[in-house]
Design a protein around this ligand. Structure first.
Ligand code: BV8
Length: 237
């Protein structure tokens, strides 16, 4: 097997589950109380902005109350010590990777702690609520929405992601069901370019068949174990 230099890590809601943030498809998950079509599409926002804004206000409050868990901390250690290329592509809208100290993070579905003004196209940090339709601090229009990629919208920075997948020697998927595209297709793209593929997840996912290896267990246990193996391998080089 070729030495591993460049790593792409895809994370999903499962990595933040032990920080108390609900996943999407669990029995008690986010979609339990809401249909996707009612809260995570541009059509839903046009039809019922108050419902959608309230849904993301609730998510934003949850993010602010959550703390990174050992899986986020382990990835931050790997990011800090890995000499090759490393990119954490997260589907999550929380900032727990960053709060754990990770730097090379890309939020492909946007960020819960950011707002986007659809009048002047500014994006800005936002920790308050949006349900009361506050004016944009820059252009003063009442046109702020969560800076989130909804279903039917183009994920962010796809060119950077595809470029990283082309160069990857190792693709690791952590805490995701492999249910949503284009993220769910990244493992195939990485493998077509010769990468090894490892899945770290609580249970088998829809994409498990694409991975050379799947390790099952809670992220707070199996991610630190994997990171320790990678760093041990560095030390023994
Ligand atoms: C797009 C932000 C066009 C919002 C999200 C038919 C076929 C194929 C595709 C489509 C189709 N019809 C429509 C589409 C496209 C659609 C799609 O894929 N739909 C699905 C439903 C079929 N995709 C889109 O619309 C995307 N945009 O396609 O644009 C385009 C694209 C490319 C080029 C040109 C044009 C945009 C999708 C983005 C939607 N926004 N999030 C918000 O957060 O509110 S999606 C959201 O759900 C997440 O971000 C994530 O991406 C997705 C899946 O969630 P997961 O993170 O995987 O969480 P889940 O609960 O599902 O799973 C958790 C996993 O963790 C489980 O496996 C569980 O076992 C595990 N776990 C739990 N606890 C732990 C754990 N693991 C470890 N430890 C634990 N403790």
């Amino acid at each position: 097997m070729q030495p591993i230099r460049n790593i792409v890590i895809l994370t999903g809601a499962g990595i933040s589950a032990e920080s108390g943030l609900q996943t999407f498809r669990a029995a008690d998950g986010l979609w339990e109380d809401h249909r996707v079509e009612d809260v995570a599409t541009p059509e839903a926002f046009a039809r019922d902005p108050d419902l959608v804004q309230a849904f993301y206000d609730m998510r934003r409050e949850g993010i602010l109350a959550a703390q990174p868990n050992p899986a986020h901390a382990a990835l931050a250690r790997l990011d800090a010590q890995w000499p090759g290329e490393l990119l954490i592509v997260t589907q999550n809208i929380d900032d727990l990777h960053e709060r754990a100290g990770a730097r090379r993070v890309l939020h492909m579905h946007g960020e819960g702690l950011a707002a986007w003004c659809t009048a002047c196209d500014s994006r800005m940090p936002w920790t308050g609520t949006l349900r009361d339709d506050p004016p944009c601090p820059i252009c003063h229009a009442h046109a702020l929405r969560p800076d989130i990629v909804w279903f039917g919208e183009m994920p962010y920075r796809m060119d950077e992601i595809f470029a990283a997948l082309r160069e990857a020697d190792l693709f690791v998927s952590i805490g995701t069901s492999g249910a949503v595209y284009p993220a769910a297709g990244f493992v195939q793209q990485a493998r077509e370019c010769g990468a090894e593929a490892l899945e770290l997840n609580l249970e088998r996912s829809q994409g498990s068949g694409w991975f050379h290896e799947s390790r099952l267990g809670p992220a707070s246990a199996i991610v630190p174990e994997w990171v320790e193996e990678m760093l041990e391998g560095l030390r023994s080089r």
